[in-house]
Design a binder for this molecule. Structure first.
Ligand SMILES: [Zn+2]
Ligand SMILES: [Zn+2]
Length: 129
């Protein structure tokens, strides 16, 4: 793995914020001042293809990334776009649960949640809308 890719991966794994490519670029640049945004994009794409990182399923743009490829789900705020992790143990057997009712061979699923984060909920309440 190149030094640049290693730094990008490190920064992504350290962050719990599911950063965008721009945010990762800013983090990586502190350690590699000469890195370009194009290099960050290219490495993120390659690492996502190889399963080293996850692209967060989200309605919002810009696209966000996750250094944690372990089994977990996300909830995205519909106002500010912040994404947090959900552990949701109860959903662990979701593939088996639908296997019996589906003629397809199930190989996986995509599932994400949407909601309002506490500060956006408060902002909505105080603006009265
Ligand atoms: Zn929010
Ligand atoms: Zn996550």
């Amino acid at each position: 793995m190149t030094k640049q890719r290693q730094v990008i991966l490190d920064e992504l794994r350290k962050s719990k914020r599911h950063p965008s490519a721009d945010e990762i670029y800013r983090l990586a640049r502190r350690r590699l001042p000469a890195i370009s945004l194009g290099t960050v994009y290219r490495n993120l794409r390659i690492m996502a293809d190889r399963g080293l990182i996850r692209v967060v399923d989200s309605a919002g743009l810009p696209r966000r990334f996750d250094g944690d490829v372990g089994e977990h789900y996300h909830v995205e705020c519909i106002d500010c776009g912040n994404v947090i992790d959900l552990l949701a143990d109860r959903l662990r057997n979701i593939d088996e649960a639908i296997r019996d009712q589906c003629p397809y061979e199930i190989v996986g699923h995509k599932l994400s949640f949407r909601g309002l984060c506490p500060s956006c909920r408060q902002a909505r309440a105080s603006s009265g809308s």
